[in-house]
Design a protein around this ligand. Sequence first.
Ligand code: GLP
Length: 321
Amino acid sequence: MMVEEKDKNQNGQELLDVDEKGQTIPKKEEKKPAAKGSETFTHVLLIFLACVLLGLYLKIFVFYKNVEKTKEYHKYKTADDMFRNIGETIIRFVKQKPKARIGLASGSTPEGLYKYLINKYEKGEVSFRNVEFFSIDGFCGLEKSDKNSYHYALTNSFLSKIDAQEENIHLLKEEGKTLEDFKKNAEEYNELLAKKPIDLQLLSFGENGHIGFNEPNTDFDLLTHVVELTEEKRKDKSKIFGSMDKTPKYAITQGVQSVLNAKEVIAFAKGSGKAKAVNDLVNGVFTKNSPITALINHNGKVTVCTDEEAGKSVKQYNKKF
Ligand code: GLP
Protein backbone atom coordinates (compact mmCIF):
# COMPACT_ATOMS: atom_id res chain seq x y z
CA MET A 1 0.00 0.00 0.00
CA MET A 2 1.33 3.42 -0.97
CA VAL A 3 1.53 5.99 1.86
CA GLU A 4 0.49 9.38 0.57
CA GLU A 5 2.33 12.59 1.61
CA LYS A 6 -0.74 13.90 3.55
CA ASP A 7 -0.57 10.78 5.80
CA LYS A 8 3.00 11.55 6.93
CA ASN A 9 4.26 13.92 9.74
CA GLN A 10 7.00 16.48 9.35
CA ASN A 11 9.66 13.82 9.99
CA GLY A 12 8.25 11.80 7.19
CA GLN A 13 6.80 9.17 9.58
CA GLU A 14 3.56 7.51 8.64
CA LEU A 15 0.49 8.92 10.54
CA LEU A 16 -1.83 6.23 11.80
CA ASP A 17 -5.49 6.74 12.87
CA VAL A 18 -6.10 6.08 16.54
CA ASP A 19 -9.53 5.31 18.15
CA GLU A 20 -10.88 6.70 21.48
CA LYS A 21 -9.08 3.88 23.41
CA GLY A 22 -5.80 4.78 21.79
CA GLN A 23 -5.81 1.66 19.54
CA THR A 24 -4.45 2.04 16.04
CA ILE A 25 -7.08 1.65 13.35
CA PRO A 26 -5.71 -0.20 10.32
CA LYS A 27 -5.81 1.99 7.23
CA LYS A 28 -8.44 0.93 4.72
CA GLU A 29 -7.02 0.17 1.31
CA GLU A 30 -8.45 2.43 -1.24
CA LYS A 31 -10.09 0.40 -3.93
CA LYS A 32 -9.62 1.69 -7.39
CA PRO A 33 -12.86 1.51 -9.36
CA ALA A 34 -12.75 -1.60 -11.61
CA ALA A 35 -12.34 -0.81 -15.28
CA LYS A 36 -15.33 -3.00 -16.20
CA GLY A 37 -15.36 -2.16 -19.87
CA SER A 38 -11.71 -3.02 -20.44
CA GLU A 39 -12.01 -6.34 -18.49
CA THR A 40 -14.90 -7.47 -20.68
CA PHE A 41 -12.93 -6.46 -23.74
CA THR A 42 -9.93 -8.54 -22.60
CA HIS A 43 -12.19 -11.58 -22.00
CA VAL A 44 -13.80 -11.28 -25.42
CA LEU A 45 -10.37 -10.91 -27.01
CA LEU A 46 -9.05 -14.01 -25.22
CA ILE A 47 -12.09 -16.09 -26.22
CA PHE A 48 -11.73 -14.85 -29.78
CA LEU A 49 -8.04 -15.79 -29.87
CA ALA A 50 -8.78 -19.23 -28.39
CA CYS A 51 -11.41 -19.82 -31.11
CA VAL A 52 -8.97 -18.76 -33.84
CA LEU A 53 -6.29 -21.11 -32.46
CA LEU A 54 -8.76 -24.01 -32.15
CA GLY A 55 -10.00 -23.42 -35.70
CA LEU A 56 -6.43 -23.34 -36.98
CA TYR A 57 -5.57 -26.54 -35.14
CA LEU A 58 -8.67 -28.31 -36.51
CA LYS A 59 -7.88 -27.12 -40.03
CA ILE A 60 -4.28 -28.41 -39.83
CA PHE A 61 -5.49 -31.68 -38.23
CA VAL A 62 -8.10 -32.31 -40.94
CA PHE A 63 -5.59 -31.35 -43.65
CA TYR A 64 -3.00 -33.85 -42.46
CA LYS A 65 -5.62 -36.57 -41.89
CA ASN A 66 -6.75 -36.12 -45.50
CA VAL A 67 -3.23 -36.10 -46.89
CA GLU A 68 -2.41 -39.26 -44.97
CA LYS A 69 -5.53 -41.10 -45.96
CA THR A 70 -6.52 -40.26 -49.47
CA LYS A 71 -7.27 -42.43 -52.45
CA GLU A 72 -7.08 -40.68 -55.77
CA TYR A 73 -7.40 -41.74 -59.35
CA HIS A 74 -5.89 -39.86 -62.31
CA LYS A 75 -6.33 -40.73 -65.96
CA TYR A 76 -3.86 -39.33 -68.51
CA LYS A 77 -4.16 -39.09 -72.27
CA THR A 78 -0.96 -41.05 -72.86
CA ALA A 79 1.38 -43.32 -70.92
CA ASP A 80 4.11 -40.67 -71.32
CA ASP A 81 1.91 -38.06 -69.62
CA MET A 82 1.31 -40.53 -66.83
CA PHE A 83 5.00 -41.31 -66.35
CA ARG A 84 5.90 -37.62 -66.37
CA ASN A 85 3.39 -36.93 -63.61
CA ILE A 86 4.37 -39.94 -61.51
CA GLY A 87 8.04 -39.13 -62.11
CA GLU A 88 7.60 -35.56 -60.88
CA THR A 89 5.73 -36.81 -57.80
CA ILE A 90 8.63 -39.15 -57.01
CA ILE A 91 11.17 -36.35 -57.52
CA ARG A 92 9.24 -34.08 -55.13
CA PHE A 93 9.01 -36.96 -52.65
CA VAL A 94 12.78 -37.57 -52.77
CA LYS A 95 13.57 -33.86 -52.46
CA GLN A 96 11.37 -33.67 -49.38
CA LYS A 97 12.77 -36.88 -47.95
CA PRO A 98 16.24 -37.63 -49.36
CA LYS A 99 16.49 -40.82 -47.29
CA ALA A 100 13.13 -42.12 -48.52
CA ARG A 101 12.60 -45.87 -48.77
CA ILE A 102 11.13 -46.65 -52.14
CA GLY A 103 9.71 -50.00 -53.25
CA LEU A 104 10.24 -50.58 -56.97
CA ALA A 105 7.67 -52.09 -59.29
CA SER A 106 8.58 -54.86 -61.71
CA GLY A 107 7.32 -55.97 -65.09
CA SER A 108 7.35 -53.99 -68.33
CA THR A 109 4.98 -51.17 -67.27
CA PRO A 110 7.45 -49.22 -65.09
CA GLU A 111 10.10 -49.03 -67.82
CA GLY A 112 8.77 -45.66 -69.06
CA LEU A 113 8.82 -44.32 -65.51
CA TYR A 114 12.39 -45.44 -64.90
CA LYS A 115 13.48 -43.86 -68.19
CA TYR A 116 11.91 -40.56 -67.12
CA LEU A 117 13.68 -40.65 -63.74
CA ILE A 118 17.05 -41.61 -65.29
CA ASN A 119 16.73 -38.66 -67.67
CA LYS A 120 16.02 -36.27 -64.78
CA TYR A 121 18.97 -37.69 -62.86
CA GLU A 122 21.27 -37.24 -65.86
CA LYS A 123 20.19 -33.61 -66.14
CA GLY A 124 21.16 -33.15 -62.50
CA GLU A 125 17.58 -32.45 -61.43
CA VAL A 126 17.41 -35.20 -58.82
CA SER A 127 19.73 -37.40 -56.79
CA PHE A 128 18.92 -40.83 -55.37
CA ARG A 129 22.18 -41.08 -53.41
CA ASN A 130 20.51 -41.51 -50.04
CA VAL A 131 17.34 -43.26 -51.16
CA GLU A 132 16.93 -46.91 -50.08
CA PHE A 133 15.45 -49.23 -52.69
CA PHE A 134 13.36 -52.35 -52.23
CA SER A 135 11.68 -54.74 -54.65
CA ILE A 136 8.36 -56.52 -54.75
CA ASP A 137 9.11 -59.91 -56.30
CA GLY A 138 11.54 -62.25 -57.97
CA PHE A 139 12.14 -65.82 -59.09
CA CYS A 140 13.65 -68.36 -56.72
CA GLY A 141 16.94 -70.06 -57.52
CA LEU A 142 18.52 -67.44 -59.77
CA GLU A 143 21.85 -65.67 -59.33
CA LYS A 144 21.90 -61.87 -59.38
CA SER A 145 23.79 -62.04 -62.67
CA ASP A 146 21.12 -64.22 -64.33
CA LYS A 147 19.57 -62.16 -67.10
CA ASN A 148 16.13 -63.50 -66.19
CA SER A 149 16.37 -62.49 -62.54
CA TYR A 150 14.37 -59.53 -61.29
CA HIS A 151 17.57 -58.30 -59.67
CA TYR A 152 19.21 -58.08 -63.08
CA ALA A 153 16.16 -56.41 -64.64
CA LEU A 154 15.82 -53.70 -61.97
CA THR A 155 19.56 -53.07 -61.88
CA ASN A 156 19.84 -52.82 -65.64
CA SER A 157 16.72 -50.82 -66.31
CA PHE A 158 17.10 -48.37 -63.43
CA LEU A 159 19.42 -48.75 -60.47
CA SER A 160 22.74 -48.91 -62.33
CA LYS A 161 21.78 -45.78 -64.28
CA ILE A 162 21.23 -43.48 -61.32
CA ASP A 163 23.38 -42.67 -58.28
CA ALA A 164 21.83 -45.38 -56.08
CA GLN A 165 24.41 -46.61 -53.56
CA GLU A 166 25.09 -50.35 -53.28
CA GLU A 167 24.51 -50.33 -49.50
CA ASN A 168 21.08 -48.75 -50.03
CA ILE A 169 19.83 -51.40 -52.44
CA HIS A 170 17.79 -54.10 -50.72
CA LEU A 171 16.25 -56.19 -53.48
CA LEU A 172 14.63 -59.54 -52.67
CA LYS A 173 17.12 -62.40 -52.69
CA GLU A 174 16.43 -64.80 -55.52
CA GLU A 175 19.45 -67.05 -54.82
CA GLY A 176 19.26 -70.46 -53.14
CA LYS A 177 18.89 -74.12 -53.98
CA THR A 178 16.20 -75.53 -51.74
CA LEU A 179 12.72 -74.46 -50.69
CA GLU A 180 14.18 -73.85 -47.20
CA ASP A 181 16.71 -71.40 -48.67
CA PHE A 182 13.91 -69.54 -50.45
CA LYS A 183 11.75 -69.40 -47.31
CA LYS A 184 14.70 -68.11 -45.33
CA ASN A 185 15.13 -65.31 -47.89
CA ALA A 186 11.46 -64.39 -47.44
CA GLU A 187 11.75 -64.37 -43.63
CA GLU A 188 14.83 -62.18 -43.78
CA TYR A 189 13.00 -59.73 -45.99
CA ASN A 190 10.13 -59.52 -43.52
CA GLU A 191 12.64 -58.76 -40.77
CA LEU A 192 14.21 -56.09 -42.96
CA LEU A 193 10.87 -54.47 -43.80
CA ALA A 194 9.87 -54.49 -40.13
CA LYS A 195 13.02 -52.46 -39.41
CA LYS A 196 12.81 -50.35 -42.55
CA PRO A 197 9.17 -49.77 -43.52
CA ILE A 198 8.67 -48.61 -47.08
CA ASP A 199 7.67 -44.96 -47.49
CA LEU A 200 6.54 -45.17 -51.09
CA GLN A 201 5.67 -48.36 -52.95
CA LEU A 202 5.49 -48.14 -56.73
CA LEU A 203 3.15 -50.80 -57.99
CA SER A 204 2.25 -52.31 -61.31
CA PHE A 205 -0.27 -55.11 -61.62
CA GLY A 206 -1.43 -57.79 -64.01
CA GLU A 207 -4.60 -57.94 -66.08
CA ASN A 208 -6.20 -60.23 -63.49
CA GLY A 209 -5.23 -57.78 -60.76
CA HIS A 210 -2.23 -59.77 -59.49
CA ILE A 211 0.49 -57.85 -57.67
CA GLY A 212 3.97 -59.30 -57.43
CA PHE A 213 3.30 -63.03 -57.45
CA ASN A 214 0.07 -62.71 -55.47
CA GLU A 215 -2.43 -64.27 -57.84
CA PRO A 216 -6.23 -63.98 -57.48
CA ASN A 217 -7.62 -65.63 -54.34
CA THR A 218 -4.33 -65.67 -52.44
CA ASP A 219 -4.39 -64.84 -48.75
CA PHE A 220 -4.34 -61.04 -48.45
CA ASP A 221 -2.87 -61.30 -44.92
CA LEU A 222 0.47 -62.65 -46.07
CA LEU A 223 3.77 -60.81 -45.80
CA THR A 224 6.76 -61.72 -47.98
CA HIS A 225 6.52 -65.41 -48.87
CA VAL A 226 7.43 -68.08 -51.36
CA VAL A 227 4.91 -69.05 -54.01
CA GLU A 228 4.82 -72.31 -55.91
CA LEU A 229 4.24 -71.36 -59.54
CA THR A 230 1.34 -73.02 -61.30
CA GLU A 231 1.95 -75.04 -64.46
CA GLU A 232 0.14 -72.33 -66.38
CA LYS A 233 2.35 -69.57 -65.00
CA ARG A 234 5.50 -71.65 -65.62
CA LYS A 235 4.44 -72.32 -69.18
CA ASP A 236 3.99 -68.61 -69.69
CA LYS A 237 7.38 -67.81 -68.10
CA SER A 238 9.13 -70.65 -70.00
CA LYS A 239 9.04 -68.35 -73.03
CA ILE A 240 11.79 -66.28 -71.46
CA PHE A 241 13.71 -69.22 -69.92
CA GLY A 242 13.75 -71.24 -73.12
CA SER A 243 12.25 -74.45 -71.72
CA MET A 244 10.06 -75.72 -68.87
CA ASP A 245 13.11 -77.41 -67.29
CA LYS A 246 14.94 -74.15 -66.96
CA THR A 247 11.87 -72.32 -65.61
CA PRO A 248 11.88 -71.80 -61.83
CA LYS A 249 9.28 -73.68 -59.79
CA TYR A 250 9.07 -71.02 -57.10
CA ALA A 251 8.90 -67.26 -56.86
CA ILE A 252 9.37 -64.91 -53.93
CA THR A 253 7.01 -62.00 -53.41
CA GLN A 254 6.01 -59.35 -50.95
CA GLY A 255 2.52 -60.28 -49.75
CA VAL A 256 -0.58 -58.15 -50.16
CA GLN A 257 -0.27 -57.22 -46.49
CA SER A 258 3.33 -56.06 -47.05
CA VAL A 259 2.07 -53.71 -49.76
CA LEU A 260 -0.62 -52.44 -47.41
CA ASN A 261 2.12 -51.75 -44.84
CA ALA A 262 3.86 -49.26 -47.15
CA LYS A 263 3.01 -45.72 -46.03
CA GLU A 264 2.11 -44.58 -49.52
CA VAL A 265 1.41 -46.42 -52.77
CA ILE A 266 1.40 -45.25 -56.37
CA ALA A 267 -0.19 -47.92 -58.59
CA PHE A 268 -0.16 -47.51 -62.35
CA ALA A 269 -1.27 -49.28 -65.48
CA LYS A 270 -1.34 -48.80 -69.23
CA GLY A 271 -3.17 -50.62 -71.96
CA SER A 272 -6.78 -51.73 -72.27
CA GLY A 273 -6.06 -55.22 -70.87
CA LYS A 274 -5.96 -53.71 -67.38
CA ALA A 275 -9.22 -51.73 -67.71
CA LYS A 276 -11.35 -54.17 -65.67
CA ALA A 277 -8.86 -54.35 -62.78
CA VAL A 278 -8.60 -50.54 -62.79
CA ASN A 279 -12.35 -50.07 -62.87
CA ASP A 280 -12.92 -52.41 -59.89
CA LEU A 281 -10.20 -50.72 -57.89
CA VAL A 282 -11.24 -47.11 -58.39
CA ASN A 283 -14.92 -47.89 -57.98
CA GLY A 284 -14.29 -49.56 -54.64
CA VAL A 285 -15.20 -53.11 -55.69
CA PHE A 286 -13.10 -55.07 -53.21
CA THR A 287 -12.68 -58.68 -54.34
CA LYS A 288 -10.37 -61.57 -53.47
CA ASN A 289 -10.34 -62.25 -57.22
CA SER A 290 -8.24 -59.16 -57.79
CA PRO A 291 -5.39 -58.56 -55.29
CA ILE A 292 -4.93 -54.97 -56.48
CA THR A 293 -8.37 -54.14 -55.02
CA ALA A 294 -6.83 -54.69 -51.56
CA LEU A 295 -5.57 -51.11 -51.94
CA ILE A 296 -9.13 -50.02 -51.14
CA ASN A 297 -8.30 -50.99 -47.52
CA HIS A 298 -4.97 -49.19 -47.41
CA ASN A 299 -4.65 -46.89 -44.41
CA GLY A 300 -2.50 -44.23 -46.02
CA LYS A 301 -2.23 -42.45 -49.31
CA VAL A 302 -2.96 -44.35 -52.52
CA THR A 303 -2.71 -42.83 -55.99
CA VAL A 304 -3.82 -44.83 -59.01
CA CYS A 305 -2.72 -43.59 -62.43
CA THR A 306 -3.55 -44.93 -65.86
CA ASP A 307 -3.35 -43.96 -69.49
CA GLU A 308 -6.56 -43.46 -71.46
CA GLU A 309 -6.74 -47.15 -72.44
CA ALA A 310 -6.35 -48.69 -69.00
CA GLY A 311 -8.83 -46.13 -67.67
CA LYS A 312 -11.41 -46.56 -70.43
CA SER A 313 -14.06 -48.03 -68.11
CA VAL A 314 -13.75 -45.22 -65.59
CA LYS A 315 -15.87 -42.21 -66.54
CA GLN A 316 -13.93 -39.53 -64.69
CA TYR A 317 -10.41 -38.34 -65.39
CA ASN A 318 -9.80 -37.51 -61.76
CA LYS A 319 -11.67 -38.94 -58.82
CA LYS A 320 -11.38 -39.83 -55.16
CA PHE A 321 -12.32 -43.32 -54.18
C1 GLP B 1 4.76 -59.68 -63.47
C2 GLP B 1 5.37 -59.29 -62.17
C3 GLP B 1 4.46 -58.35 -61.41
C4 GLP B 1 4.00 -57.22 -62.29
C5 GLP B 1 3.33 -57.73 -63.51
C6 GLP B 1 2.91 -56.65 -64.44
O1 GLP B 1 3.79 -60.64 -63.30
N1 GLP B 1 5.65 -60.44 -61.38
O2 GLP B 1 5.17 -57.81 -60.33
O3 GLP B 1 3.09 -56.42 -61.57
O4 GLP B 1 4.24 -58.57 -64.17
O5 GLP B 1 3.52 -56.84 -65.66
P1 GLP B 1 3.49 -55.79 -66.83
O6 GLP B 1 3.84 -54.49 -66.25
O7 GLP B 1 4.53 -56.31 -67.78
O8 GLP B 1 2.12 -55.83 -67.38
